[in-house]
Ligand binder design. Structure first.
Ligand code: 0A1
Ligand code: ZN
Length: 849
């Protein structure tokens, strides 16, 4: 269906469901091309409804038969569902439908992945399994029978019966259909157990395909840590006898929190030291935690409608970030999150795809699993916590669990518990949920007679469909240092509620140096006229680790912009500051590794755009290359010793300590390889017994224009490991020079082991192309054309992944006329396809504006 033809759904149009579901029984007779699904659903009229009209969602189903209270009925079936005349009071609905999991390449509903049946029902996949009121505010108790010869048959809840060729599951907790799951396959389990703090034993399993059983230990440990953490920090216990995790190769997203049966993209579960990097281990730990935490924030308390998606996602991302900070390093986690937020969410918020944390309309909800809903949604919760304090937050959240357990809720319910628990009026705060766009906070300051005055002004940019925005509540953390570098005012929270407001600090002996927006206390752009001397001062003295890193980042950015735009040589203040930081043995190696990484090409492009200049992707790439070489030369005397000091040898551990050292040595190796002909990297490659060091060495070699031999050896060694081969595909495109990126991606896509049906593989090649900014935006237009060609091929098979990847074009208006024209032509080419999916149609339509 084309964009223009798809209906738009509005938050304002919400009405309660006409019929409620008291219980559901499902029977699955599994067969690749003809699975039969029998449903028995007890409906009762909803007293809160305005009508008794009966409509069940259903798509791509063959209806075999339907009965009401035992009597056959002939419903009116459309491509979206069915209607039927029904009794006035409660009744039993029975239906039998047929579906074809084998033909399901969209990976929504029930599908087959490498011989295993699996489901994905969020957001609206259940309607591809059977006719049902597929909306999150219809919650019910599910009993499921699976009939199949496959040895492992899983569903939600607890197993109640099992025999030859069948299994039955019962989930006592009422849930919406999007949390339904089924898995059937020839799988192996890594078993485990957990005893809750009230003494209940829970059986745990991580289910994988044969051959992957040696890569489950870490996920199991991460699960146990998550279960314990949620008890300790949020007082939340697990509520079933069993918790299953399943790894699936073909999956559109990272993972899914189905009740008691979490289904994961295998990349988010499987890890061994040889095959997974430190970053993979950290991601797995975070995603296991995220899905587990959804058991309370998402499952026990769910969303009334899909506009409330941030209610479960923002909160759960916030919770998983707290967890990671507790398990690892708080500043490093914060810095990584802000990098990600600025890289993905600010970019979204500043372009044609900008939308509020709680959107007000959509055509395809799958297009709203965005950085704004997830990451900005989590930032909003962080601000709320900062404003009401840790105690207030704790009380409010407990009230949320007490008051809303078993319900489908809204953002209003969420804010109300904060108002009731803390007495604070959150009317103005709520604008964070409804106004899109990243606020710009302009800070000016003055000093006279011992009083330092900070003036903050907020500007709220127009975004698609939104102008004339009202001021938001912005928690602005600030500290002050004296000229010697000592902190004279510790972190203080200013609350900016007006468009412009001043705050005075009295009794100072000299004009202080401010350290503004500490810890990135609000998701805003800070506009503060400062100079490199002040940045270097903060880099050397700030007590706030985030701002110390930020000062270095700003120095790097201004040095790079000056180099790219004005041909200046690398800034000495930056290079001196970097040397001091990288060689400071009191600092965490992971922090130092982060300080060594330069602002991304996209970041720099945005910096030019913000300054009213047209970014030149090629010049940005060359500038970063020149800066890297300058850093390598200036630090050349210190690098080998630093590398040797931190090189981790001996048995591998994925813990934060050694992982930080490996991050630092890999960053150093990339620099060393620019001046030593690749000798050190080749040595690391040869000695590596873990993927972090092997891939780090390969990346350093490719970055220095070498590594052809190692690349071939790598493919030879890892031919049979799908997830490792994804890295092989990705690194070549990511590291390709601008003029070669599109050709590299094109050649890889022609290989036999490139497949359109596996989203990980598709992303490895084409996600990497979109990330290789100078390659994607190469003046030839080859990058644009190639991506469009392949999105056009993917759309009929997998609309969801196609639509997500269209966002590579979202910054098109930022560029020069030639590039703009070429990107627009590709977007229009996609938009004109006769059978374009609703997903892609909506995305391309919004991007074109
Ligand atoms: N709720 C999951 C993410 C997810 C969302 C949509 C999906 O299919 C459309 C799949 C997974 C999470 O937040 O982890
Ligand atoms: Zn989630």
């Amino acid at each position: 269906m084309k964009d223009a033809e798809s209906p738009t759904i509005y938050l304002a149009d919400y009405t309660p469901p006409n019929w409620l579901v008291e219980e559901v029984h499902l029977t699955f007779r599994l067969a690749p091309r003809s699975t039969r699904v029998l449903s028995r659903v007890r409906f009762a009229p909803n007293p809160a409804a305005m009508s008794r009209a009966f409509f069940l969602e259903g798509e791509e189903l063959t209806l075999i038969s339907a009965r009401i209270d035992g009597a056959e009925v002939k419903p009116e079936v459309t491509p979206e569902g069915l209607t039927c005349a029904v009794p006035d009071g409660p009744f039993l609905w029975e239906a039998e439908v047929e579906i074809a999991p084998e033909a399901n390449t969209a990976l929504e509903g029930l599908y087959l992945s490498n011989g295993m049946y699996t489901t994905q029902c969020e957001a609206q996949g259940f309607r591809k399994i059977t006719y049902y009121p597929d909306r999150p505010d219809v919650m019910s108790v599910f009993t499921v029978r699976i009939e199949s010869d496959l040895p492992v048959l899983l569903s939600n809840g607890n197993r109640v019966a099992q025999g030859d060729g069948f299994a039955e599951w019962h989930d006592p907790w009422p849930k919406p259909a999007y949390l339904f799951a089924l898995v059937a396959g020839d799988l192996l389990a890594l078993p485990g157990s957990f005893t809750t703090r009230s003494g209940k034993a829970v059986e745990l399993n991580v289910w994988v395909r044969k051959g992957d059983e040696d890569k489950c230990d870490f996920a199991m440990e991460a699960l146990k840590k998550s279960m314990k953490w949620d008890e300790d920090v949020y007082g939340r216990e697990y509520d079933l006898d069993i918790f299953n995790i399943v790894a699936v190769d073909d999956f559109n997203m990272g993972a899914m929190e189905n009740k008691g049966l979490n289904i994961f993209n295998s990349s988010a579960v499987l890890a061994s030291p040889e095959t997974a990097t430190d970053a993979n281990f950290e991601r797995i730990e975070a995603i296991i935690a995220h899905e587990y935490f959804h058991n309370w924030t998402g499952n026990r308390i769910t969303c009334r409608d899909w506009f409330q998606l941030c209610l479960k996602e923002g909160l759960t991302v916030f919770r998983d970030a707290q967890f990671t900070a507790d398990m690892r390093s708080e500043p490093v986690k914060r810095i990584s999150d802000v990098l990600d937020l600025r890289g993905r969410q600010f970019r979204e918020d500043g372009g044609p795809l900008a939308h509020p944390v709680r959107p007000e309309s959509f055509k395809e909800i799958n297009n709203f699993y965005t950085a704004t809903v997830y990451e900005k949604g989590a930032e909003v919760i962080g601000m709320l916590k900062r404003l009401v304090g840790d105690d207030g937050y704790g009380k409010a959240v407990q009230l949320y669990f007490d008051r809303h357990d078993g319900q489908a809720c809204t953002i209003e319910d969420w804010l109300k518990v904060f108002e009731d628990a803390t007495g604070r009026d959150l009317t103005q705060f709520k604008r964070w949920y409804s106004q899109a766009g990243t606020p710009v906070v302009t800070m000016t300051d003055s000093y006279a007679d011992g009083t330092y005055t900070v003036t903050l002004k907020q500007t709220l940019p127009d975004t698609p469909g939104q102008t004339d925005k009202q001021p938001q509540v912005i928690p602005f953390a600030i500290g002050l240092l004296d000229p010697s570098g000592a902190e004279v005012v510790p972190t203080t929270l200013l609350e900016l509620t007006e468009r412009e407001q001043s705050f005075a600090f009295e009794g100072l002996k000299a004009r202080p140096v401010p350290s503004p927006l500490r810890g990135f206390s609000a998701p805003v752009v800070l506009d503060h006229a400062t100079d490199n001397a002040a940045r270097a001062f903060l880099l050397a003295h700030d007590t706030d680790p985030f701002n110390r890193w930020e000062a270095g980042r700003q120095l790097a950015k201004s040095a790079l912009v000056a180099m790219i735009g004005g041909g200046q040589s690398p800034d000495a203040a930056y290079l001196d500051g970097l040397r001091a930081l990288v060689t400071d043995e009191t600092l965490d190696p992971a922090f130092r590794a982060l300080a060594l990484s330069l602002p991304s090409e996209d970041d720099l492009a945005q910096a030019f755009a913000d300054a009213g200049r047209t970014p030149d992707p090629q010049a940005i790439w060359e500038g970063r290359e020149a800066m890297r070489s300058a850093v390598a030369e200036v630090l050349a005397d210190a690098l080998p010793a630093l590398y040797a000091r931190h090189l981790v040898t001996g048995p591998y551990s994925p813990e934060a300590g050694p992982a930080g050292k490996r991050a630092l040595t890999n960053a150093l190796l990339a620099l060393i390889s620019r001046t030593d002909g690749g000798a050190a990297a080749r040595a690391q490659y040869a000695a590596a017994d873990n993927m972090t060091q092997q891939l780090g060495a390969l990346s350093a070699l490719l970055g220095a224009g070498q590594g052809a031999e190692e690349l071939a050896a790598f493919a030879d060694q890892w031919r049979h490991e799908r997830l490792v081969m994804d890295k092989w595909f990705m690194i070549q495109v990511a590291q390709a020079r601008p003029e070669a990126a599109a050709a590299t991606a094109a050649a890889l896509a022609e290989r036999d082991d490139f497949t359109l049906t596996n989203p990980n593989r598709f992303r490895a090649v084409f996600g990497a192309l979109a990330m290789n900014q100078a390659g994607f935006h190469h003046a030839s237009g080859d990058g644009y054309r190639l991506l469009a060609d392949w999105l056009i091929r993917l759309d009929p098979l997998n609309p969801q992944t196609t639509a997500r990847m269209c966002s590579a074009f979202q910054t098109w208006r930022r560029y020069d006329a030639d590039r703009k024209e070429m990107m627009q032509a590709q977007l229009e080419r996609i938009a004109a396809l006769p059978k374009l999916s609703r997903d892609t149609g909506e995305m391309v339509g919004r991007i074109l504006g």
